[in-house]
Design a protein around this ligand. Sequence first.
Ligand code: ADP
Length: 261
Amino acid sequence: MTERNIVAGSTAAARAAGLTKVYGSGETRVVALAGVDAEFGRGRLTAIMGPSGSGKSTLMHCVAGLDRPTDGRVWLGGTDITGLPDDELTALRRDRVGFVFQAFNLLPTLTALENITLPFELAGRRPDRRAVERVVDAVGLGTRLGHRPGELSGGQQQRVACARALVTMPDVVFADEPTGALDSESSAALLTFLRRSVDELGQTVVMVTHDPTAAAYADRVLFLSDGLLVDEMDAPTSDGVLDRIRTLEKRIRTLEKGVSR
Ligand code: ADP
């Protein structure tokens, strides 16, 4: 069996089939996803790229169970979440999914360490000391763990947010433009941390980004355009990703010219 078969088989951490999402109706109708089949391999870092409005966030939100598709199916691990009632979906998200957003979303009155262990509190569980030590070690904040978010740099805050998303060892961590608010040095530290969480802790990360340098940290890049999965790239380099995006944009411009004629 090739690596590709394994990824396509039982080791997918999340999977979408025929995923369609339509917003609004009549004149305001927007097809955000037009039938996307995608797999996110377990223990891998997958980047989702594409022009603004191509459906990246919608795809992530539907696969993460934050939004309901109009049609198609979504599996998280082995669970088909498509028809799950709201309360079961909420519990599954809490127990099996981690989130990182562009705007950190830390609680300002808690220390960095308290923010990291928060998911255990929310689930009414005692923090798993080994899991906490593992992410605390990987996050590399040293003595700053006792500081509140306001006393940390943006990059440090985002590393805390990632550690919080990873501490319960969720099936998948979804990161929506995690480096969007960071300078290049902080971005590199954050992406190195995410990469290490995949390589050393065996975590699964799905990351939406528009930055080819960030995408180059991934094992695989999915390219969306107009709500469709139009391309993918394994073992990406930033130059390779940039080339692919330019080709896609050229194709879109040619199509648009054809339509407007
Ligand atoms: P991306 O993340 O690639 O920028 P999105 O998934 O945010 O793209 O959006 C895809 C399309 O769906 C866009 O045309 C956007 O305007 C539309 N869209 C997204 N969310 C909503 C919503 N809540 N209501 C109406 N249209 C939406």
